[in-house]
Design a protein around this ligand. Sequence first.
Ligand code: ZN
Length: 202
Amino acid sequence: MFAPPVQRLVTELGKLPGIGQRTAQRLAFHILGTDPEDANALAAAIREVKEKIRPCEVCFNLADEARCRICQDERRDPAIICVVEGPGDIVPIERTHEFRGRYHVLGGALSPIDGVDPEDLKVAELYRRVSESHPPVREVVIATNPTTTGEATAHHIAAALHERTPDVAVTRLASGLPVGGDLEYADEVTLGRAFAGRREIA
Ligand code: ZN
């Protein structure tokens, strides 16, 4: 229906999450109608993140240097680590201003049905980090999503930490978060309260 370059753009845009065929076409026509500078800035931004962004060597958050900004920040308490599924989950937690520790990004949640096993996540790196940390880690806050896979991941990690590093408190965000929801979409008041009311899990 379209000239091949237009069709290619529609196809690529249609691969983005939440973008159906119709929206992909609308975005493609929007890009076609913008100034060349704007369209080139978009293309360059995509190329730049793919070239420059890599996982932080400590916490696996997104970084443009060996360590991410949070790991580089001396004011952040290294004795408390908040475990999240993806780098996108750090943003809403930071917005609550409830947390001044460090993070650990797992890279997903355990889901044996989908073939996601502990080896596919950064859990071994978490256990090593917690057991080898100086100063010692005091608390690990598990902030995986309140979904079936997020809960399973939280319990798996809590059990492993209790066994390996029994002196470290393991907490989970308090309820109040929408069940089955995504941390990324939680409002900051709810998420802030969930943080303040976190409790130890067995
Ligand atoms: Zn980091």
